[in-house]
Design a protein around this ligand. Structure first.
Ligand SMILES: C[S@@+](CC[C@H](N)C(=O)[O-])C[C@H]1O[C@@H](n2cnc3c(N)ncnc32)[C@H](O)[C@@H]1O
Length: 174
């Protein structure tokens, strides 16, 4: 109970931070954002509410999480529910076409990926030229992703943001 209260408070702060960070990226009006390891999908709903017109797709390996995310999205009655969708998918094998995604976000998921390098390589594949991935996780897992990101042709920048979390921003060449 106490854990839930603390966890949801930290997650709430993190999600607000992600939305603020997306605000400075300069999203196009019809951008597609993919939230990798979306869990119960709270972040995509917040993002869709914060930015009119953009589309947000949460992907997760777990069917159970995606079912829960769809239920929460229905209950949240987002202004335009068609802009939020959820798909069961592994970050190492996402169904998206090469260069079809404007921004990838991910919170507290990368340290679960069995093959972070494969996930990073796929993120590089699906990002459009000039697209960005913004990944929030503990330092250790983010640091392990820097070399694979460079190998995949991405520029990587890591920065601590507090509460034990750092942000890895990956820039795809334009
Ligand atoms: C700790 S939860 C974080 C959920 C959510 N992003 C949040 O911040 O509340 C980690 C999520 O990553 C998902 N995940 C783990 N490995 C994955 C993979 N290879 N591809 C996609 N999702 C994965 C898990 O199923 C889980 O829902």
């Amino acid at each position: 109970m106490l854990y839930d209260a603390v966890a949801s408070r930290i997650a709430g702060r993190l999600y607000r931070r992600v939305v603020a960070d997306l605000g400075v990226i300069g999203l196009s009006h019809d951008a597609l954002i993919v939230d990798v390891g979306t869990g119960p999908g709270r972040l995509p709903i917040l993002i869709a509410d914060a930015f009119r017109g953009i589309r947000v797709e949460g992907i997760d390996l777990s069917e159970e999480m995606i079912t829960r995310a769809r239920q929460l999205a229905d209950a949240a009655q987002t202004a335009d529910a068609s802009r939020v969708s959820f798909t069961v998918a592994d970050v190492a094998d996402p169904p998206h076409l090469r260069g079809s995604v404007d921004v990838v976000v991910s919170t507290a998921s990368m340290h679960h990926w069995p093959d972070a390098a494969a996930g990073i390589s796929e993120i590089a594949r699906i990002l459009r030229p000039g697209g960005q991935a913004v990944i929030y996780d503990p330092w250790a897992s983010l640091n392990s992703a820097v070399a694979p990101a460079k190998e995949a042709g991405l520029t990587a920048r890591t920065q601590g943001i507090g509460f034990g979390i750092a942000r890895l921003t990956l820039f795809s060449p334009a």
